[in-house]
Write a protein that binds this ligand. Structure first.
Ligand code: FE2
Length: 382
């Protein structure tokens, strides 16, 4: 299992330039984003779950596709109540049963990562709180190159269509081992870069979107300009830039001032001409985070090294993701529950009952199966 790897005990502040870079490229790599102590907590939990599955004779790659979901992987009994899908307190209670030691991942899930990912979602409000949408460990076993690579995809394609059109979701892919070309890292294709059709000048994006629909329209439009990715990944790797350079480049001089900070589109996107960007090979130290828009295209490589490659990937949504018919897609756990509402939610004879009415308990431990569009497809496979 993983060797110890040095990781500076610093937490990266997200700057305005990094926010703009995220909306321009559809992703952002932040090296050493987590402190060493937090990386160790996640590694210990990953190892605990890996060892459990091995002890149960479960093949992590062929049986689980490399995806280990802490609550549903079998390590704990299925929750009796469905409230954990909607409530931070209930989720925390269930989630705290997973690790075998006092250190909990909850402060990482609900505080540290949200503090960063909020920079890349529309402005949070009480009506549209930042929610934990999903979480999983993504493990590539040693010498598994032939079965542990994953094809090009966009994470939004795993969501119900109406939900993907309404709710921005950002995946936070956290490297728990140093990742590189050999052990199965990510290859990300940045959004095609828009130019003004008349002047030919690059158009820089806003630093933040206020509304969900404007955010989705912007990201979806840029992604619509993707051309087919190379069918041979080696071709893409040959073209790839290696990125942890990670200082965001300044906006191109021609584009300064073109983007708004308020989320207003600077021009009609239909009039943009978009220029393809070369893929980026993510080679970063453990503790680094790759923030991925649901619309950015990426794939991952196989693990040909002799060690496990571990990653942890929580995903966060702007608002509680529901389908057009009102069903739950996955989790919808607000990272910040407002005090008054929290008190109501935890009263078993009061608000909690009305919240449970939003779900149909079919005994599968995960809400209403007919509206759980993820099912097996929830596995993002990176
Ligand atoms: Fe993915």
């Amino acid at each position: 299992m993983a060797a110890s790897q040095d990781n500076p005990t610093t937490t990266t502040a997200i700057t305005e330039g990094m926010r703009r870079q995220f909306h321009r490229d559809g992703f952002l790599v932040v090296p050493n984003a987590l402190e060493t102590e937090d990386v160790e907590i996640l590694r210990r939990e990953a190892d605990c779950l890996i060892n459990y599955l091995i002890s149960e004779n479960i093949n992590i790659m062929t049986d689980y596709g490399g995806i280990i979901e802490p609550i549903t992987c079998g390590y704990i009994d299925p929750p009796v109540s469905q409230m954990f899908i909607l409530s931070k307190k209930s989720y925390s209670h269930v989630r705290d049963q997973v690790p075998e030691e006092p250190d909990s991942v909850l402060h990482i899930l609900f505080e540290k990562v949200p503090a960063m990912v909020n920079n890349f979602l529309p402005l949070e409000s009480e009506d549209d709180p930042t929610c934990l949408f999903n979480e999983q460990y993504i493990v590539k076993t040693p010498d598994s190159a032939d079965i542990s690579s994953f094809e090009w995809h966009q994470d939004s394609q795993y969501m119900d269509t109406s939900a993907q059109e309404a709710f921005p979701v950002v995946s936070c892919w956290i490297a728990l081992d140093n990742v590189n070309l050999k052990n199965g890292t990510l290859l990300v294709e940045p959004f095609p870069r828009p130019k003004d059709a008349t002047t030919g000048n690059y158009i820089d994006p806003p630093t933040q979107f206020q509304e969900r629909d404007t955010y989705i329209r912007y990201h979806k439009h840029l992604a619509s300009h993707y051309v087919n990715p190379p069918s041979n990944k080696m071709t893409a790797i040959m073209k790839a830039q290696h990125r942890p350079s990670l200082q965001p480049p300044p906006p191109s001089p021609s584009a300064v001032g073109a983007g708004s900070t308020t989320g207003t589109l600077p021009n009609d996107p239909k009039e943009w001409v978009c220029e393809s960007q070369p893929p980026v090979l993510v080679e970063v130290p453990a503790g680094s985070i790759v923030f991925l828009s649901g619309w950015v295209r990426h794939c991952s490589l196989g693990n040909s090294s002799s060690k496990f490659r571990r990653a942890f990937m929580p995903q966060y949504s702007a608002g509680k993701v529901i389908t057009s018919t009102g069903g739950m897609v996955s989790l919808a756990v607000p990272c910040n529950e407002y005090d008054e509402r929290e008190r109501e939610w935890v009263d078993p004879r009061g608000r909690m009952q009305s919240q449970e009415d939003e779900l149909i308990d079919d005994g599968d431990g995960f809400g209403r199966t007919d509206d759980l569009e993820f099912g097996d497809d929830v596995e993002m496979e990176d």
